[in-house]
Design a protein around this ligand. Structure first.
Ligand code: CP
Length: 310
C-alpha cells in the first residue's frame, strides 16, 4: 500500500505527481466498483464524514455524498442556511462542535479563499476542500484531468485550453496546477479583464484569440462566467461576452480537427457556450460528473486509510 504525501486535501498545490497518479489508480478501481450491480463496498464503515457546505452546490455535494455512501461511511450533511451560523457562530466553533460528536473527516465548501487551510490549522480532523471561494477546487481538477486521461489514454503533452472567467474561478487555478504536474500543455483564453496578471508566473500560455486557441487545443475546458463573484462589471453584457468568447457550433465547424469539450458546471447556456455545442457528442460534461464519484471515493479512501494506519 502506498500513501498520499498529505493528510488533508486542501489544494492541488500540495499534491505531488505521484499523489495524483495514486488517486487515479484507486479511481480506476472504484470505477469498476461503480459498474457492479451492487455499488457499495464496506471500506469506510467505521468512518464518519461531515459535509459542511457554506455555499450552493449541486454536483460536488451530491458527488461527495454518493462517494461516501458507496464506501459505507456514516455521513452528516450540514448547510449554512439552516444552522446556528445565522446566530453568529464561527466556522471553527461550528466545526469543533460537529467533531465533538466523533466525526472523523470534514468536506468543506466555503465562499472564502483559504477557508479549508484555515480550518485545518484549528481542528484535529481530516479536511477535504470542496471549493474555497475563487482559490482552489482540487477534486474538480482531479476529475477533469482523470476524464481527459480516460479519453486520450494520457495527459502528458495533451493541449488543454481553459476559456473564460479565469479571474474568479477556483476550477481554473486547480486545473492549471494539476495539468502542469501531469505534463499537459496549458493555455488560457478570455477577455483581458478576466485574466489575472499572476497567470504568467504560473507558466501558462495566455491568449485573447478564441478561434486560434480552439485550433491549437485538443481539449477546451469552458468555464462558467461567475456573476456572483463579480462586484464590478468586467464586460459590457452577457450578449457581448457570448459574441466574442462564447463557443458555438460554427466555430467548431471551422476547425481542422475535432476537439473535446468540457465544462465544470453549472452552465450558463447561450453565454459561455451554446446548447448545441455542450449537448453534442464532442462534449464530455456528464462523463466528468460520473468520474467525479470515483475520484472522490479515491480521495476519501486514501486519506482515511492513511489516518487509520498511522
Ligand atoms: N463543478 C461544481 O463545483 O459544481 P457545483 O457548484 O454544483 O458543486
Amino acid at each position: 500500500m502506498t500513501y498520499l504525501s498529505v493528510n488533508n486535501l486542501l489544494g492541488i498545490k500540495n499534491l505531488s505527481q505521484t499523489d495524483i497518479e495514486l488517486i487515479f489508480k484507486f479511481a480506476d478501481n472504484f470505477c469498476e466498483v461503480l459498474e457492479r450491480p451492487i455499488k457499495k463496498i464496506p471500506t469506510l464503515r467505521d468512518v464518519t464524514i461531515a459535509n459542511l457546505f457554506f455555499e450552493s452546490s449541486t454536483r460536488t455535494r451530491v458527488s461527495f455524498e454518493l462517494a461516501e455512501k458507496r464506501l459505507s461511511a456514516d455521513i452528516i450533511n450540514f448547510s449554512s442556511s439552516s444552522s446556528s451560523l445565522s446566530k453568529g457562530e464561527t466556522l471553527i466553533d461550528t466545526a469543533k462542535n460537529i467533531l465533538a460528536m466523533k466525526v472523523d473527516m470534514i468536506v468543506l465548501r466555503h465562499p472564502f479563499p483559504g477557508a479549508a487551510e484555515f480550518l485545518s490549522r484549528h481542528v484535529p480532523s481530516i479536511i477535504v476542500n470542496a471549493g474555497d471561494g475563487s482559490h482552489e477546487h482540487p477534486t474538480q481538477a482531479l476529475l477533469d484531468a482523470y476524464s481527459i486521461k480516460k479519453k486520450y489514454g494520457k495527459i502528458k503533452d495533451v493541449k488543454v485550453l481553459i476559456v473564460g472567467d479565469i479571474k474568479h474561478s477556483r476550477v481554473a487555478l486547480s486545473n492549471i496546477l494539476c495539468l502542469q504536474k501531469l505534463g499537459a500543455k496549458v493555455r488560457v483564453c478570455g477577455p483581458s479583464t478576466l485574466l489575472p496578471k499572476f497567470l504568467k508566473t504560473l507558466g501558462v500560455e495566455v491568449s485573447h484569440k478564441i478561434n486560434e486557441s480552439l485550433e491549437w487545443c485538443d481539449v477546451a475546458n469552458i468555464l462558467r462566467i461567475q456573476l456572483e463573484r463579480q462586484k464590478l462589471k468586467f464586460f459590457p453584457s452577457n450578449r457581448e461576452y457570448a459574441m466574442l468568447f462564447g463557443i458555438n457550433q460554427n466555430m467548431l465547424d471551422n476547425l481542422n480537427h475535432n476537439i473535446l469539450l468540457m465544462h465544470p458546471g453549472p452552465i450558463n447556456r447561450g453565454v459561455e457556450v451554446s446548447s448545441q455545442v455542450i449537448d453534442s457528442s464532442q462534449s464530455i460534461v456528464l462523463n466528468q460528473v460520473q468520474n467525479g464519484v470515483a475520484i472522490r471515493m479515491a480521495v476519501l479512501y486514501l486519506l482515511a486509510t492513511k489516518l487509520k494506519n498511522k
